[in-house]
Design a protein around this ligand. Structure first.
Ligand code: 13P
Ligand code: SF4
Length: 354
């Protein structure tokens, strides 16, 4: 079983044997059984920075999903090896934008005569190919904790932004934080000819949003917000910006996973919170803050784990650490040098944002 004391002991022993050679990163959506072995936990922005700040570690074991491990490989030195404990830990949102689709989109923008005005801004939750496309076309990466600064930067470089692949983070940031209107945003559907847009619509748009979304955060609805308000009078509703625009509009606070944690740390005793993000994190926060008298509930009635984050479990972590301790390199994530060069450019633009 996942909490098997034997597995816990084996993970501990293998990690001890590896010592300074291994650095374990854990995203906030990871299971508790995995998080207990993380040297550092964080949101995707913090983990990207922390991976880059550990040049002495030979192995970076990334407990998170594939695009995060790719970003860590791009930002670490060539001698460092990034390892993903289960290669099937992908992200359905990142899969919604392929290199071919994005190249085709750029052709559509070129045909419409707008490509020269467009700066791509890609969410961290995208493949290294998409990050490379972004770097090649003068754009930047963003995460949910710096999307506003990334958009401000992009609108200093050009008149329009192509935001990939999360339509919700793009729309929420444009409308909530940047004062744009919903009419300034158009939705590019990669499954339709010309993205389902006319040249005139592209010319009039400020934000061209890729039609991608997170299947986990997409499950929250305005009904879940109304239900929890009726159930728990005085509740504060705090949601992740990957939620739909109408859910964000109905919430009291919006922010990345790090923001959510900080908000709860600062919350007064006796306050009540409904959180709209992944369930592993919400349960962990509910347990952590219950002794301080803070009541924390999950925003929805249905269970809402990220199934790919959950693929990294204690058995996979034990296998990974034991293999590395025996000198067997497993599950390495390597981005090819050409892709890395341009993806790094885009990631470095993000890291340099004010
Ligand atoms: P953050 O870690 O930036 O809050 O993003 C959440 C997420 O969906 C990661 O996959
Ligand atoms: Fe991807 Fe959503 Fe899972 Fe994050 S929570 S890894 S965006 S599917």
């Amino acid at each position: 079983s996942p909490s098997d004391p034997d597995l816990v002991a084996r993970a501990r022993a293998a990690k001890e044997k590896l010592g300074e050679k291994v650095f374990v990163l854990g995203h906030h959506y990871q299971r508790d059984e995995v998080i207990q072995f993380a040297d550092v936990t964080g949101d995707s922005f913090k983990l990207a920075r922390d991976a880059a700040a550990r040049p002495e570690a030979e192995y970076i074991v990334f407990c998170g999903v594939h695009f995060m491990a790719e970003s860590a490989d791009i930002l670490t030195t060539d001698d460092q090896k990034v390892v993903l404990p289960d290669l099937a830990a992908g992200c359905s949102m990142a899969d919604m934008a392929t290199a071919e689709q994005v190249a085709e989109c750029w052709d559509v923008l070129t045909e419409a005569g707008v490509a020269e005005q467009v700066v791509p801004v890609s969410y961290m939750n995208s493949s290294a190919d998409i990050k490379a496309f972004t770097g090649r076309h003068g754009g930047t990466i963003c995460t949910s904790s710096n999307a506003e600064r990334a958009l401000e930067w992009a609108f200093e470089q050009g008149e329009k932004v192509l935001f990939l692949p999360d339509q919700h983070l793009g729309r929420n940031t444009a409308v909530r934080d940047m004062g744009m209107s919903l009419e300034d945003c158009v939705l590019y559907n990669p499954h339709k000819p010309n993205g389902g847009l006319t040249a005139e619509e592209l010319r009039n748009a400020k934000m061209i949003l890729w039609r991608g979304h997170c299947s986990v955060h997409g499950r929250f609805s305005v009904d879940s917000v109304n239900d929890v308000r009726a159930r728990i009078p005085g509740v504060n509703v705090l949601v992740h910006p990957e939620c739909k625009h109408e859910v964000v509009a109905a919430a009291d606070y919006v922010g990345s996973t790090e923001y959510i944690i900080k908000a709860l740390e600062a919350a007064p005793a006796g306050s009540k919170w409904a959180i709209g993000t992944e369930l592993n994190l919400v349960r962990r926060l509910a347990n952590r803050f219950a002794p301080e008298g803070k009541e924390i509930v999950f925003l929805d009635k249905t269970v809402c784990f990220c199934s790919t984050m959950n693929r990294i479990d204690l058995p996979h972590l034990v296998w990974t650490l034991e293999s590395l301790a025996e000198g067997k390199e497993v599950n390495r994530i390597v981005v090819d040098p050409e892709t890395e060069k341009y993806a790094k450019l885009a990631l470095e633009r993000m890291l340099a944002l004010p």
